[in-house]
Structure formats: C-alpha cells, structure tokens
Design a protein around this ligand. Structure first.
Ligand SMILES: Cc1cc2nc3c(=O)[nH]c(=O)nc-3n(C[C@H](O)[C@H](O)[C@H](O)COP(=O)(O)O)c2cc1C
Length: 202
C-alpha cells in the first residue's frame, strides 16, 4: 500500500503550549499607556494587528498586565513600531516590575509625547499610532482583545511609501522588525512582489 504523505504529520498535543512547538511570523509593537499617577508605561506586544481596512488596531493582552488596566481606565493607548536595531529597547519594556509595581527599566527608553491623546511613543521607531479605546473583548482564556480607533498616525519620511518610489528600495533603507515566536526576531530588508492573480480585488 502507498503511504500518503499526510501520515508523516505530527499531531500536536493540545494540552501543551501549542505555539512553542513551531515558529511563526508576527509584528512587534510597543504599546504605550498612561499609569495611574504621572508616569507612562511601555510594553512590547506581538499579538497585534490592524482590524480590517478602516482605522482600527487591536492587540491581545492579559488583564494581569498594567497595560490592560491602564487602557481600561484611561481609554487611550499609543502604538510604536520599533526598528530592528531597537530590539533591546523593545525587550526592556517587558522587564519585571518591582514590589512597588514600578518598572525602572523604562527609564532607559527614550520617548516623545503623542499629539492628540495623553500618551508617549518610543523615540526613533518608524510608525506611530494614537488610539482611542473602542472596545475590550475579554474571555479568550485568560487573555483579552483590546481594540482602539486610530485618531492620529505619524511616520518617519524614509518609511513612507510614495507613488513613484521603489518598494524594495524603501525596505532596504527602512527595514522592518519581525518577531518569530517563540523567542527569535528577524530584520526584513529583502522582499518580493506578491503574485496577485489578474483581476484580483481587495
Ligand atoms: C517579545 C515579546 C512579545 C510579547 N507579546 C505580548 C503580547 O502579545 N501580549 C501580551 O499580553 N504580552 C506580551 N508580552 C509580555 C508583556 O508585554 C510584558 O510582560 C510586559 O512586561 C507587561 O507589562 P505591563 O504590566 O507594564 O503591561 C510580550 C513580551 C515580549 C518580550
């Protein structure tokens, strides 16, 4: 009997953490929120993406994190898209908190203020979104989806696509940062045109 190639597949044990068994591609953003007093929090998130083609942006966060609590209270957040060379800064945002709940590592992160909402961005990132909370959907196990409406957006000139520009050239000059869970990252400066079917419509 000829064995089907499918019989080589390894079925994964769903009682173990599934997403640790292989690599996938994700963005890496830094979410900025306002702390209860005067400070601001910055924390990296990779489960983050636009929700549709209109101006919505969402990320997954556990209610245990200050990010979640801050967004629920203040109803705003910022999103900074770091460059590959800012990977250590992005990681510092996930440094543990002290007993008094402070996160001293944040002092190493250079920031600048948002323009429309009360928030800060990671300096020298390439794309910046200011978001007003739209909704929080709880209940994905212990995680929640936080969705914001983008009320302002800013971009570094070298990362901005222009009609007569070369897209590959743009990525060479302004490479993207990808997170490859679990625990690796990549600098993307080489890409290929997508082979869209003739007549393809969005
Ligand atoms: C590379 C990386 C990606 C992360 N992605 C997420 C994520 O998508 N969702 C999440 O809830 N936490 C994620 N975390 C963890 C938190 O952002 C992190 O623990 C942070 O310290 C929480 O801080 P806070 O209590 O100030 O919100 C990630 C951490 C790292 C290092």
């Amino acid at each position: 009997m000829v064995q089907s190639p499918q019989s080589q597949l390894v079925s994964l044990d769903l009682s173990q953490p599934l997403w640790e068994r292989f690599f996938s591609v994700a963005p890496l953003v830094v979410i900025g929120t306002k702390e209860p007093e005067t400070d601001y929090d910055l924390a990296p998130k990779h489960m983050a993406m636009p929700l549709g083609w209109e101006n919505y942006f969402g990320f997954v966060c556990t209610p245990r994190h200050r990010t979640y609590q801050n967004v629920r209270r203040e109803k705003t957040f910022t999103v900074s898209f770091p460059r590959p060379e800012q990977i250590v800064l992005a990681s510092l945002g996930a440094a543990p908190r002290c007993d008094d709940n402070s996160k001293p590592a944040l002092a190493a992160l250079p920031t600048f203020p948002a323009s429309v909402i009360d928030g800060v961005f990671l300096q020298d990132a390439y794309l910046f979104l200011e978001c007003q909370l739209d909704q929080i959907v709880d209940g994905f196990g212990e995680n929640s989806l936080i969705v914001g409406k983008i009320v302002a957006a800013h971009i570094q000139p070298e990362a901005l696509r222009v009609s007569d520009g070369d897209d590959q050239d743009l990525l060479l000059k302004a490479p993207l940062l990808a997170y490859l869970p679990p625990g690796r990252y990549a600098k993307i400066d080489c890409s290929f045109s997508f082979p869209f079917h003739t007549g393809f419509k969005q």
